[in-house]
Design a protein around this ligand. Structure first.
Ligand SMILES: Nc1ncnc2c1ncn2[C@@H]1O[C@H](COP(=O)(O)OP(=O)(O)O)[C@@H](O)[C@H]1O
Ligand SMILES: [Mg+2]
Length: 282
């Protein structure tokens, strides 16, 4: 199979509002794709269309070669979805939450403790979920999505609002799963997350793909003139484009021992996004 996930010119309106506008995506086996866009840009809608929870108005979407609108029980056994509408049973403990889903999915229940260990919840598995922190719940949702060892995992802003150490653990787990061959579709508005994890990044705004490529490709393509930030001995910070005129100015500053530090300014995803859309990612 060439593509695990494929979208071809998909459109979706809610009423008269165009939410998904002519979106095409291709994700190869084992790729970790990042769909980076601000809140309200249509990321969750894209996941819902791909996973058959919503139907597009026009265009086609496929997962593992099957049209998203016709996914069946067998297809869902190969797909994991981690979204914020958790569907956890607050009155059950962590183990029983997974046991319930293990029965629905008909998976080996002996895997449950191993999974809970993998997401760092083994100690708390007999604790009622209503006593869980947001980070613990998110790890449990992730464990649930892994019960049936899916080939494709959709993660909808999986670390949004989590503390840095939980975020790091989730990233680590994702990278391990990627090593083992899982294909990922990750949505995020966090450019650091996208930069760190993704093989390819799709920049998404107002229902449209505005750019895509590897981080390096995006940076190369959108590097305007190179510039540097200089901290002067006087305490003043200046930014200079590396023109020939400024180069002699910098040489002068160095000769006069007026420079404390000098850093090259690399374009960040945030800056690229800003340049392309005129808005930030938050
Ligand atoms: N079921 C729905 N009915 C009407 N509008 C919706 C529905 N779901 C999402 N929207 C709208 O579609 C746009 C995209 O939403 P969403 O896909 O949730 O964005 P994101 O996940 O990027 O924050 C938003 O303007 C949102 O208000
Ligand atoms: Mg969303």
């Amino acid at each position: 199979m060439d593509y695990v996930i494929k979208m071809n010119r998909v459109h979706k309106n809610f009423g008269t509002k165009k939410v998904i506008d002519n979106v095409s995506i291709e994700v190869k086996p084992g790729e970790l794709i990042g769909f980076l866009g601000p809140s309200g840009s249509g990321k969750t809608t894209t996941i819902k269309l791909l996973t058959g929870q919503l139907k597009q108005d026009r265009g086609e979407a496929f997962i593992l070669g099957r049209e998203s609108r016709t996914l069946n029980h067998k297809s869902y056994k190969q797909i994991g979805i981690v979204s914020d509408n958790s569907g956890l049973y607050e009155n059950l403990n962590a183990y029983d939450n997974l046991l319930l889903f293990s029965r629905i999915l008909n998976t080996d229940k002996r895997e449950i403790p191993k999974l809970l260990e993998r997401v760092g919840l083994k100690e708390d598995m007999k604790k009622s979920v209503k006593k869980f922190s947001r980070g613990m719940k998110q790890r449990l949702i992730l464990a649930r999505a892994l019960l049936h060892n899916p080939k494709v995992l959709f993660l909808d802003e999986p670390t949004s609002g989590l503390d840095p150490s939980t975020t790091k653990e989730i990233h680590q787990l994702m990278l391990e799963m990627k090593e083992a061959g899982t294909t990922f579709f990750l949505t995020t508005h966090d450019m650091a997350e996208a930069s760190k994890l993704c093989d390819r990044i799709i920049l998404f705004n107002e229902g449209k793909i505005i750019e895509s490529g590897t981080l390096e490709e995006l940076k190369l393509k959108h590097t305007q003139e190179k510039s540097v930030r200089i901290l002067l001995s006087s305490g003043e910070n200046i930014e200079l484009a590396l023109t020939s005129e400024n180069s002699s100015k910098i040489a002068m500053l160095i000769a006069n021992n007026q420079i404390m530090s000098i850093h090259s300014l690399e374009p960040t995803l945030e800056n690229i996004f800003l340049k392309l859309t005129g808005r930030g990612l938050q």
